[in-house]
Design a protein around this ligand. Structure first.
Ligand code: Y39
Ligand code: FE
Ligand code: FE
Ligand code: FE
Length: 229
């Protein structure tokens, strides 16, 4: 007989709620920044502004959904922690946007952050409380479409984007591993193991790079960058 993966989790314990106050905040802050990033991308790619505004509105809905998940468990999200958590990627996105570097901005938001979100939400769903699971199942479907947006744009501009993608990957992928390390213990309290998160991220990110046009050899090199750093 199959026992639900979350049967043993006490969602009301102080330990769970303390860890949730940081993970929930990260997700809320991530959705808020994703909302802003897609608005900014709409300014940078005016011919696709309408589509990008549509994505930004989806991110805003995600944020509201995850705020409700925190309220449902009577948890107050630690937003200071979350802003600090995202500060590296946030700064790199802002610097790239200021220089009109569409490719770098797309790599940060539509590849790295979306793959991070997909991995985290996939791993969270089986161990989530019933309320959060329903919300997260709806959200993760949208994240695949955001990832797809970035893949299609970068595939269509692959040759002229390749060098900037390499550089942006080298600059930003190590930040992802640092971010994961910094929440490893909290994620584990929620029933999410770091090795599963890394595995799922690598699968999503590798598939994305492949869809854009990178060779298997390139993908091996790019996707492990900074992993053991
Ligand atoms: O595109 C999006 O909606 C992404 C912003 C959201 C990112 C969520 C990042 C989740 C990281 C959670 C780490 C848990 C271990
Ligand atoms: Fe989202
Ligand atoms: Fe998204
Ligand atoms: Fe797996």
């Amino acid at each position: 007989m199959q026992i639900a993966a979350n049967a043993a989790i006490d969602f009301q314990s102080e330990t769970y709620k303390d860890a949730y106050s940081r993970i929930n905040a990260i997700v809320i802050e991530g959705e808020q920044e994703a909302h802003e990033n897609y608005i900014q991308l709409g300014e940078m790619i005016p011919e696709e502004k309408e589509e990008l505004i549509r994505l930004s509105k989806m991110e805003n809905r995600h944020k509201k959904g995850f705020e409700a998940c925190g309220r449902n468990l009577s948890v107050t999200p630690d937003m200071d922690f979350a802003r600090e958590f995202f500060s590296g990627l946030h700064k790199n996105f802002q610097d790239a946007a200021a220089q009109g570097q569409i490719v770098t901005c797309l790599l940060i938001q539509s590849l790295i952050i979306e793959c991070f979100a997909i991995a985290a939400y996939n791993i969270y769903i089986p161990v989530a409380d019933d309320f959060a699971r329903k919300i997260t199942e709806g959200v993760v479907k949208d994240e695949y479409s955001h990832l797809n947006y970035g893949e299609v744009w970068l595939k269509n501009h692959f040759e002229e984007s390749k060098a900037e993608l390499e550089q942006a990957n080298r600059q930003n992928l190590p930040l992802v591993w640092k971010m994961l390390n910094s929440v490893e213990d909290d994620a584990s309290v929620l029933g999410m193991e770091k090795e599963s998160l890394v595995e799922d991220f690598m699968i999503q990110y590798g598939e994305a790079l492949s869809n854009i046009g990178f060779t298997t050899r390139d993908i091996m090199r790019l996707s492990a960058y900074g992993l053991t750093g």
